[in-house]
Design a protein around this ligand. Structure first.
Ligand SMILES: *Cc1c(COP(=O)(O)O)cnc(C)c1O
Length: 425
């Protein structure tokens, strides 16, 4: 065996010589100057949603070709407002993929409703429409679709099921700003689209979120759930909720003007940054495609990825003598690849969604959410998610030009796969 072939984990030379560290988010001088200006102006809260809040909402709505946008203090509160707006309430059930960040499901709990978890599709890692339809009950009110890692979910199939069963569709596009499904921007296909602008997302406010819709009734209901005072009075449409304009309905989800200012500046770069990630990650995927045991994801025809919040490949251990994923990840790391096992946990396994009993024991409080149908989830109900999840390998999203690093990453994957028998002993 040549020195080049010996795996770094076993003392060979690393395939990736150039360390890749990308600081995210990209904060430019404009953001810094705008932040200073805000403080000099003393604009640290905008109760009526005017000024920069209004400006950002208009820009975001215009980009998506929709009538309404509501900026919030985070993506989770945007989702809460959205589920509330379409009429999700106590006793209702909402279909949510088991493979997503907890926010999608927690927003359903915040409406006193029950998230009902669904399996995912192997190709996209998004909710599987067939499995989803099989979990519909008379209590099902809505679907929380997640365009995971920037891949659009199968919206035609999902919308058809939604129409057939009279369900509302909330698109959680926290991973997918700017992604398109058959020529339409994600977030504009269902009833409401929600985005996170949290600091790790593609465009950031630090902590912020935004919801978009074409439906004035939904906008008004999101508004009255999330805000109060001048903001409701200024932006209400029918006046139906004006008795609540002083108090709101309980939560307060107003965004910090600093976050809205930063997000508004970042937003100008969205298409450019998507293009940069696309160039890098398509190059990486092409370099890995055809490699035994490693499968990059492919985008469905007529769709484009947006935001690229994460990059995953699937490892197929059966092609490498069933070497565990952790061993492959370890070997890649030793080569200098910033590879990691999947960090998202499957939600059907999480205690929060198992109902009252454990919650009451641990917290000493009564289960505060709806009197849910106690769903006993088993891994066998989620064959695709359960089999794929342990074999996902996460890599960086590479925004800035870095072809030399990508070449070395590709080389490292080839080296580890070709040299995998060295790991067996
Ligand atoms: C980040 C994220 C959210 C929530 O966003 P926050 O702004 O952090 O509240 C919702 N859904 C998904 C899938 C996310 O990744």
């Amino acid at each position: 065996m040549s020195v080049q072939d010996k795996l770094a984990l076993l003392g060979g030379k690393k395939a990736v010589q150039k360390e890749y560290k990308e600081r995210w988010p990209i904060i430019g001088e404009d953001e810094v100057n705008a932040a200073v200006q805000l403080m000099l102006n003393g604009e640290l809260s905008i109760a009526d949603g005017s000024g920069i809040l209004d400006e950002f909402e208009n820009n975001f709505a215009h980009y998506h070709g929709v009538d309404y946008a509501l900026v919030q203090n985070n993506g989770t509160s945007a989702l809460h407002a959205a589920f509330f707006a379409v009429g999700v309430g106590p006793g209702d059930e909402v279909l949510v993929p088991t493979y997503t960040w907890p926010s999608t499901a927690n927003a359903v709990l915040s409406c006193n409703a029950t998230p009902v978890f669904c399996d995912i599709e192997a190709g996209s890692l998004c909710i599987d429409p067939t499995d989803m339809e099989s979990r519909i009950t008379p209590a099902t009110k809505a679907i929380g679709v997640v365009h995971i890692w920037g891949y659009p979910a199968d919206m035609d199939a999902i919308m058809e099921i939604a129409r057939k069963h009279n369900l509302k569709v909330i698109e959680d596009a926290a991973h997918a700003h700017g992604a398109t499904y058959k020529g339409r921007k994600v977030g504009t296909i269902g009833d409401i689209g929600c985005y996170s602008l949290q600091a790790s997302k593609m465009i950031v406010g630090g902590e912020a979120g935004i919801a978009i819709t074409n439906n004035p009734e939904y906008f008004e209901r999101m508004l009255v759930l999330s805000h109060y005072g001048g903001r409701i009075e200024k932006d209400q449409i029918t006046g139906k909720y004006s008795d609540y304009s002083y108090t709101g309905l309980g939560p307060k989800y107003r965004v910090h003007p600093l976050a809205a200012t930063i997000a508004n500046l970042q937003f100008k770069h969205l298409d450019e940054w998507i293009e940069m990630r696309r160039t890098n990650l398509d190059y990486l995927s092409d370099g890995l495609r055809g490699l035994r045991a490693i499968e990059p994801f492919s985008i469905a025809p007529d769709c484009t990825r947006g935001a690229y919040y994460g990059y995953r490949v699937t490892y197929h251990p059966e092609f490498l003598n069933n070497l565990p994923t952790s061993r492959i990840v370890q070997a890649l790391q030793a080569e200098g690849v910033d590879a990691n096992s999947e960090r998202y946990r499957l939600l059907h396994r999480q205690m929060l969604y198992q109902g009252a009993r454990h919650y009451e024991q641990v917290t000493g409080y009564k289960w505060p959410y709806a009197p849910i149908r106690e769903i006993k989830y088993q891994d066998s109900d989620f064959p695709v998610a359960v089999s794929i999840h342990p074999n996902l390998i996460s890599l960086p999203t590479f925004t800035l030009p870095c072809r030399d690093v990508l070449d070395q990453y590709i080389e490292a994957f080839h080296k580890v796969v070709e040299g995998a028998e060295q790991l067996a002993s």
